[in-house]
Design a protein around this ligand. Sequence first.
Ligand SMILES: Nc1ncnc2c1ncn2[C@@H]1O[C@H](COP(=O)(O)OP(=O)(O)O)[C@@H](O)[C@H]1O
Ligand SMILES: [Mg+2]
Length: 470
Amino acid sequence: MKKRLLIVDDDMESALELRQGLASSQWLEIGGQATCIEEAWNLLQSLRPDMVLLGGIKETERGILCQQFRLAYPHLSFIAACSPQELTWEPFFRNLGIWVVTKPVQPGQLEALALMSAGVSGAEAAKVSPPAHAAAVFPGSSQLAQPQTISASPVQPVLPISSQPPTKHLITVYGPKGGVGKTFISRELAIFFAMQKREGRSLRVLAVDFNLDLGTFATALNLPRTPNLFTWVQEIDAQLQTAALHQGRDPRLVRSEEWQEFVSAMPLSPHDISKYVVRHTETGLDVLTSPRDIRHSFEIKDYHLYLILETLKQSQYDVILIDTAPDTTDATIQALFFAEQVVMVGNPVVDSIENIQRLLKLLREADYPEERIQMCMNRLQRKEMFTLEEIRAYFQLHPSKKIFSIPDDVEVKKSINSGIPVMLHPGRSAAKEAIETLGKALLPVDAEKPATVPGAKPKERPTLLRWLWG
Ligand SMILES: Nc1ncnc2c1ncn2[C@@H]1O[C@H](COP(=O)(O)OP(=O)(O)O)[C@@H](O)[C@H]1O
Ligand SMILES: [Mg+2]
């Protein structure tokens, strides 16, 4: 049976083109088009579409719209049509379980998605050649909708966890100011997690240094900087070039947006990650370090990072911890959107607080699920000008949200210089306890008891919507 598509877009012309392109499709028919929100809600109800293509509607925030639609109609397949500039949001959409296609949308792309959502596997759907009529409608379009090159990606299904392996945790440590303690906290958390056990075995932990140009994570653990992220990027580039040559393309002439398309068709190989990491032998922590040479960092593009993050998500690691730079580059934004949790690090000084407030504003406008953010004030002294309550009020945090704090401690500087984490110091210290508290809140692990009580029902992971909406 044909799937019914609702187009939500105020661009009449491109909708008309799609309508013509899909006129004789066996798989998909266009049920209607909404050019404003009200119309979209009406048509969602009256038309009962199977799929919704979200283009753009002026003066609306598409992220918010997507979430509202999905909340009301969770069984529908949603597709976001993005311009190449908007592709930065792709990880965000994918996290929401929304397919992404690049504009101009080709009829064949939508047909392939209709097939996939009908339960035909990605591989089978990829074999379906674009319908002959499509070529007739777009005779000049040579890169026409080869389904295997569509940038749409299968939805990451939000399933109850019972039948799945234990949840992998991707945690990003961020703070929009340098020197506040991101690298220190990332290192300590990574070591803390690496020392935890689940079901009798140590957690597999990977720390990733996303300070691409000036990262020092490896130094903070006395580790070598080879291999590193750039080693992986070179490998990806070699594969991309081969893929381009296979399609009869000259790799030197392939544009960045096109590489993006190649990347989305590339298989992920999580087993190869071990080739690019260095191991901290004392704890078994793996580290994917930043490049050794600053110039190498210039060659790392957002599509590399995207593929790397996707691969990490499929890997065997239980916890992946990303240390970031205090900026708003693609690398950092992707690390924020890929993460299940974010540790937002600041110091109790006005410039750090101001920047966190600005960043929170940006994330709130982008409809970022704030539940993911854990606030952490580092280097707290006995007497501060601002109390944590004042900081909470300034950030307009939900009353239930805890602000974690880590004391200022002379041992920290020594431990950075020596490359020996505070976590590995014998004895207790206030800083060590504070990191442990933060670590346990991020990832409740029970070292003594087995994670599952025999006969007990495994705890269900909240669905994405429950997670987003509390
Ligand atoms: N809790 C702390 N107590 C004392 N010094 C700290 C603390 N946290 C960080 N520092 C100091 O601040 C410096 C910068 O920390 P770092 O983690 O490199 O910041 P960032 O990664 O945010 O740029 C460290 O070298 C360390 O000496
Ligand atoms: Mg740092």
